[in-house]
Design a protein around this ligand. Structure first.
Ligand code: TEU
Length: 605
């Protein structure tokens, strides 16, 4: 359905991407979806809405939104199907952030493989280890074919691949192809020489130093453009000043990328996690971003590239040219992609990505990562009910609470730390029993919490430092600016893994670590955990999350107390307690307690 200003609000709501956009805007505004479903609002024509809201949302808002809606004619499939089995649906993944895993690069990781194997990990996602000047800890790649010196050598990399495969484990590398370092030879040659074959690998625009090509801002503070005075030219960088955006319009660039991906797959890598992969297609001409959207989303210009006109096309080409010949796995990092666009990216028949990371569960409505607030688990419950119920077997979900870009979830829920261990176990239960693929981030398995930073000098991350500068420019006091940075800094997740704590927890039978080990081992022998149908019960209850996983080989019931008060258990009669985050698993549910029960087991009958 093509939409225009004559269309009505309800047409917008019925359009898959339209609904995603509305829900995203309402989420940012901290508002409920209810008002757009109101019939009076639903019957308004968009041109009327434009007239009514014009002052607030500014010129171009409706055109920008309509432009996005008319990109993709396909809609998510509605009929229920049984998902096809796949190794990556059954696997438990573990993300290694090499800088802070052991501090000893690839050899350090190899030494810990037995630990990960014992934990029950099937596949590792390794954050970038390529040659890089480290402006953004390796997400600024200088040479895709080289290993960062401080992490080791290509031989170490080959040893790691072999050592993983020897243990029946798989390796997923990070693929950063929205941008390269400004020290990549493509960029250096392109900047130095107008006739370089690499010139159209990037977004260059000639012009004066006082007039950037558009109003886009960088995720890491300031403008998204660098000016090179010697060349009178601007170049685009959505991230740091040393991470230059690649122009996927260039067929030669795309071919270079596919060649590189094939080269790594031929080495034995099993798949890739694709960094900000939904940003690779920018709207033609790089038009200005709408200021209202910019203010709401905190970054100006996002609607011009978070779901660009050729995104689906590029992903299909990438899959066909590089992933398919090796039957390789892909998980896309897709910030801002909503429920329905996510389904289009991951439904198998569309041949784009296997999985995506959606981040809408990481902050509650109306809050961003840099807001200092207490996370309410009721939001998580609603997110799962909405997302996991929606796929109808067509897509598959990722289950995660942490990664290298976010403060620790347990600290967000309980900043006091009083319930940190119970919360860590509760999250483990959800992650390993909901329907989807678990991605554990290093430290989750020992219940890692935020770091006690006390001053901006202790913060090293390029994002935090850039955003801190923006806050000062906006007029925040250094104290107020630091408070926000402390809430959201990625450095919480990047602190060195605490191996003494691992050793201690290994000896303690009630520890988070031992609990994770037991849960993962149990999951491996419980088909309902992976492919069982998911049925939420007691959906409106704010205090508890309850669901069944139903499978012909046996079904389970899970109940989790989402708050710090004691609540009644509602486990069905006849359910047998299997495992839980507190010792006994009987009677009322203790603060944040999570339990798993067996409902029936065919094997025993
Ligand atoms: O992250 C991209 C990303 O979306 C976030 O860092 C984003 O800036 C933030 O969530 C906005 O609120 C990926 C990598 O995971 C990250 O480590 C890199 O710094 C970034 O891309 C650039 O490569």
């Amino acid at each position: 359905m093509q939409l225009g200003l004559e269309s009505r609000v309800k047409d917008l709501c019925n359009h898959p991407l339209g609904r995603d956009i509305i829900e995203k805007l309402l989420l940012q505004l901290g508002k409920s979806n209810r008002w757009v479903d109101n019939p009076i609002v639903g019957n308004l024509r968009l041109k009327t809405l434009k007239r009514l809201t014009g002052k607030k949302v500014g010129p171009g808002f409706f055109d920008a939104v309509l432009g996005l809606l008319n990109i993709e004619p396909d809609s998510p499939k509605a009929e229920e199907i049984t998902p096809e089995p796949a190794w990556w649906k059954e696997a438990v993944f573990y993300q290694v952030y090499p800088r802070s895993f052991t501090g000893q690069g690839l050899p350090g990781i190899i030494k810990k493989l037995d630990y990960l194997h014992k934990l029950g990990i099937d596949a590792i996602w390794l954050s970038p280890v390529y040659d890089s000047p480290n402006d953004d800890n390796g997400y600024d790649i200088r040479d895709y074919y080289g290993i960062m010196q401080e992490f080791g050598t290509m031989e170490d990399m080959e040893t790691l691949i072999a050592a993983l495969h020897d243990r029946g484990m798989k390796l997923v590398m990070d693929l950063v192809v929205n941008h390269t370092s400004d020290e990549h030879h493509w960029f250096k040659e392109a900047l130095a020489d107008e006739s370089s074959p690499y010139r159209d690998f990037y977004f260059f625009q000639k012009g004066n130093s006082d007039k950037p090509p558009n109003n886009w801002t960088s995720f890491f503070g300031g403008l998204a453009w660098n000016y090179y005075p010697g060349n009178n030219i601007w170049a685009l960088h959505l991230f740091s000043k040393k991470q230059m955006d690649l122009n996927w319009e260039s067929a030669a660039l795309r071919e270079e990328i596919y060649k590189m991906v094939r080269w790594w797959l031929a080495k034995g890598v099993d798949g890739f996690r694709l960094d900000v992969i939904n940003y690779i297609s920018k709207f033609e001409g790089l038009p200005d971003g709408n200021e209202f959207i910019g203010e709401l989303m905190k970054y100006t210009g996002v609607e011009r590239y978070f779901y660009g006109p050729k995104l689906h096309e590029y992903l299909r080409e990438l899959r066909k040219e590089a992933f398919e010949p090796y039957n390789a796995f892909s998980v896309g990092e897709t910030p801002g992609i909503g429920l329905r666009a996510g389904r289009l990216l991951t439904d198998a028949y569309r041949k784009e990505l296997d999985l995506i990371f959606n981040f809408d569960h990481l902050e509650v409505p109306g809050k961003t990562r840099f807001d200092d607030y207490k996370y309410d688990l009721y939001h998580l419950k609603n997110f799962y009910i909405k997302h996991l119920n929606a796929d109808k077997g067509h897509g598959w979900h990722t289950l995660f609470f942490n990664n290298h870009d976010n403060p620790r979830m347990v600290s967000k829920i309980d900043p006091s730390g009083e319930y940190a261990k119970s919360l860590a176990k509760l999250l483990a239960v959800l992650q390993l029993t909901l329907r989807g693929t678990p991605f554990i981030y290093q430290g989750d398995e020992i219940g890692a919490e935020n770091e006690p930073f006390t001053s901006i000098e202790q913060i090293v991350d390029v994002e935090s430092r850039g955003i801190y500068e923006d806050y000062l420019v906006e007029g925040l006091s250094p104290e107020a600016a630091f408070k926000r940075i402390l809430a959201g800094t990625r450095d919480h997740a990047r602190a060195m893994m605490k191996w003494e704590e691992v050793a201690r927890q290994q000896e303690e039978c009630e520890s988070v670590l031992v609990f994770y080990q037991r849960l993962i081992q149990w999951r491996k022998n419980t088909p309902s955990c992976v492919y069982g149908a998911l049925e939420f019960v007691d959906e409106k209850n704010r205090d508890a999350l309850r669901y069944k996983r139903i499978h012909e080989d046996g079904s389970i019931f899970v109940e989790a107390n989402l708050c710090a008060k004691i609540i009644k258990s509602t486990a069905p009669t006849g359910a047998t307690f299997l495992l839980g985050s507190y010792k006994n698993g009987v009677g009322d549910l203790q603060p944040y307690e999570a339990r798993v029960y067996e409902l029936s087991s065919k094997k025993r009958e």
